[in-house]
Design a protein around this ligand. Structure first.
Ligand code: FES
Length: 572
């Protein structure tokens, strides 16, 4: 147990030299008497609330409940507004800024008198960003997930954000619904604060945070507006104070076994392909190398148990009532490392005692899974030497072994301009290829990976085709979309060499992706290839471009991912 004089914040306030005098004087300027915080754990609440982020609109109020818990436990809370990464509004993609929030998190925790951290986020990249930064900072930390929004509704139908947006937009393009229906859908898709309520990237990553041991038990599944969410926030505030006294740092929680369990869980959830990139990056911050191969090995052994859209039928609200993540984990205990620590102070296994499933259709038993294999397959071949991924459970089965001629788009503007041009003569057997959409080319790997199917094919009833890109795909999307092709085309990956009409073979059971063009011809094309000009000449974009790694490496900045000295600030 720590003593008050062992607290990190004590270095700012506890001495009797000029600096401590100055810090205490400025605390008084904040309206604080020294006895209010001296000798108490100072808890930094890093809040990604913003007016622009509908997924986090309740976090300003929820921070008050965290503070309530911190006060009750004898700590001293300080709230720090940090960057918000709104999946909906930030362009070209919040993925461009994940590492910026991670840097901000790390440096806020390092540079201020903070003893422990409460990390508040949930909208897609905010979860990995906050955890990556906190892992590098190394203090005790607990994550408060924003929680999913309530189910969407339209007429008598339940709507899933993202998933049903894509679905009904395609219905509109196919002429099956009109403007009246679309206006009604617009009002019903997202009707409460909280993150997307499908098993998109948000719920995938907050569930990963929970099984990693970084949240209070059951936290990730609680709907954002449920009163249980308020209580979870307060409990997190209470707990972080004890974690500081116990010196339970994030490094003690996030070990190799924790990441192994996160992979198992993400696959059993049928979670977002984005989790592959984020978990590799998060593990990298903990000095734990994760490879794409590990996801594929686990995927072959772990069935999908969560019957949640886009792969399944239900939504996160149903998942919560069915027992939530603890319920699902209770069906996987033989595959998990249940004796490892969590922020709750109990082992993972202890947190799962009493966990139950209340609806076997929402959380399937192991002998009646939604899919026998996990939700992600890793592909290799001459088109993806460093790998690619496909969420094959969200694709039409007939496309999982498919050869077809390529129809190539150089970048997203090219795709938008030409996709509906009948002169392209795209057929249902064509393979749509989008390049220029990777970490550097996108930039930021925008979620372009669910390439739109041409209107004239939609009108014929075609709803899925093989699509290949170096982009990512929203966790709420679906289809036979090969993603994260590495290395990306922008740096000369083989995707840059594909030409219209080239046969491409996707074979998911064999885990291969091949461009059926001989090596001599590919070498000839490579010799002709001209590297594109850098996207950025200055600013954050230039820093990003100089240091971003490829998808199979987690898209972290090389200088953040590597080990090495980054000393505590000299307070004197
Ligand atoms: Fe924020 Fe989906 S837009 S979680």
């Amino acid at each position: 147990m720590k003593r008050p004089e062992d607290l990190r914040s004590h270095r700012w306030f506890g001495g009797d030299d000029l600096r401590d005098f100055s810090h205490r004087a400025r605390s008084r300027q904040l309206g604080l008497n020294p006895e209010e915080h001296l000798g108490k754990p100072v808890i930094g609440i890093l809040n990604t609330w913003s007016d622009i982020n509908p997924c986090h609109m309740h976090l300003r109020e929820r921070a008050e409940q965290v503070k309530r818990g911190v006060w009750q436990a004898g700590g001293f809370p300080l709230e720090f507004p940090v960057a918000t990464l709104s999946e909906t509004f930030q362009k070209p993609t919040p993925m461009l800024y994940r590492n910026l929030l991670a840097m901000e998190t790390e440096e806020i925790l390092r540079s201020y008198p903070i003893d422990g951290a409460v990390l508040m986020g949930g909208c897609d990249k905010t979860t990995p960003a906050l955890l990556m930064g906190a892992a590098s900072a190394g203090l005790p930390a607990i994550f408060v997930p924003a929680g999913p929004m309530l189910r969407g509704h339209w007429r008598n139908e339940v709507l899933g954000s993202g998933t049903d947006m894509w679905k009904y937009w395609d219905e509109k393009r196919a002429g099956l619904i009109g403007d009246t229906e679309l206006a009604e859908l617009e009002r019903g898709l997202a009707r409460s604060p909280g993150t997307c309520m499908t098993m998109g990237t948000a719920s995938t990553m907050t569930s990963a945070a929970e099984v990693l041991g970084m949240t209070m038990p059951g936290a990730a599944s609680i709907p954002a507006v449920d009163s249980a969410h308020h209580r979870m926030a307060a409990a997190s505030g209470l707990r972080i104070v004890d974690m500081v006294w116990e010196d339970l740092t994030i490094g003690q929680v996030l070990g190799k076994d924790a990441f192994a369990d996160a992979i198992t869980t993400v696959l059993a959830l049928g979670g977002s392909t984005n989790a592959v990139i984020h978990l590799i990056a998060m593990a990298g911050r903990c000095g734990i190398p994760l490879s794409l191969a590990e996801f594929d090995v686990v995927a072959r052994e772990v069935p999908v148990l969560a019957n949640i859209r886009p792969g399944g039928a239900y939504l996160m609200e149903d998942f919560y009532y069915a027992g939530g993540l603890p319920g699902l984990l209770s069906r996987l205990t033989d595959l998990l490392h249940t004796d490892r620590p969590t922020v709750s102070g109990r082992t993972l296994g202890e947190t799962l005692e009493g966990a139950r499933v209340h609806n076997d259709d929402v959380i399937r038993p192991r002998d009646n899974p939604l899919a026998a294999e996990g939700g992600v397959a890793v592909l290799h071949g001459n088109l993806a030497p460093s790998g690619a991924v496909i969420k094959h459970i969200a694709a039409e089965a007939r496309l999982l072994r498919h050869t077809g001629p390529a129809v190539v788009f150089d970048d997203y503007p090219d795709l938008k301009k030409r996709i509906n041009d009948p002169a392209l003569a795209v057929t249902a057997d064509s393979v749509l290829v989008l390049r220029g959409s990777g970490p550097l080319g996108g930039p930021g790997m925008p979620e372009y990976g669910m390439l739109p199917i041409p209107d004239y094919l939609l009108a014929q009833g075609i709803r899925d085709m093989v699509r290949i890109s170096d982009a990512r795909m929203s966790g709420t999307s679906y289809g036979a979309c090969v993603l994260h092709v590495a290395p990306e085309s922008f740096v000369g990956g083989p995707l840059a060499l594909v030409r219209d009409g080239d046969p491409i073979t996707l074979d998911v059971p064999a885990r291969t992706l091949r461009l059926e063009v001989d090596d001599v011809e590919l070498e000839r094309r490579r010799a002709e290839w001209v590297a594109p000009a850098p996207k950025f000449e200055r600013g954050y974009g230039a820093l990003y471009s100089e240091h971003i790694t490829q998808a199979d490496e987690g898209c972290d900045f090389d200088f953040l991912a590597r080990p090495g000295a980054n000393p505590e600030p000299d307070v004197r």
